[in-house]
Design a protein. Sequence first.
Length: 305
Amino acid sequence: MIQLRSIVVAVDFSPWSAAALGQAIRIAAWNQSTVHPVHFVDVIVAESPAEEMARFQRYAHTDPKAEAQAIWESFRSGIDGAAALPLEVEIDYPIHGVVRSVRRHAADLLVIGSHGAGQSAGGLGAFALACVRKVPADVLLVRAPHTDRYRHVLACVDFSDTSRLAMEHATLFARQDSAELTALHVFQGPWHILHYRAPTPQAAPHFRQQYADVLRRRLEAFVAGFQSDASPIVLRHQLVDHPHYGSAIAAFANRQAVDLVVLGTRGRTNLRDLLLGSTAERVLRDTQCSILAVKPRGFESPIRD
């Protein structure tokens, strides 16, 4: 059973960050989790001696931590449940700092805005993408201004162990929010690889149907164990044949009014991390969904200094 005991929220005072904090507080109420808001004063590498001197003079006359705390007082006033939360402020590279914070608090979940302060709403912010790839915890990327409950959760299934974890998380969110849950399996049929006029059995309509039927039965068996008589949810499953994973997810999410997509990562390889980042970016760019990236047990992806 999934339990979220400790939640870290990266705060940069942007609208996306406000939405992330609101969601973290709301999710924490399900399991009486502890929420840890953290803010990082970025360590910027100066490109010239003049820039370094200007930065030194600024910090000589100001206290960046005190400035952040002052902004926090105003920022949290508009977010329900945030009044009693203290803000941790660290001077650090944000990705290094958030990894250390997640470890320090033994966090089960990191919640961040899908974009950072000063970034456009298209694509996936660089910090958000780094968190998906490097943080040793599940990562919820929240779209602004979404702070209320999720109504339609989409779990992306590839039958891996981590995919099962993703389905467990999706079920938790759907059950707590009384949301509809759809399990989606996107596959690329072998006929996409073959020449469209090739006279092969793989291109025949009956073969396509048989191929899809095998996958459909496997998907039905995969999701069967996630329904509960004691706490039933609206659970559906869908099979989609498409040559591009991210495009298929985004198109389905838009058609079905999905507001949370749950993705699982399978391993630690750079290729898989790259594919996950590409998929998450496509979904964020082409939909209005938030994304929950679920990591495999024991996930580690060291950061190079």
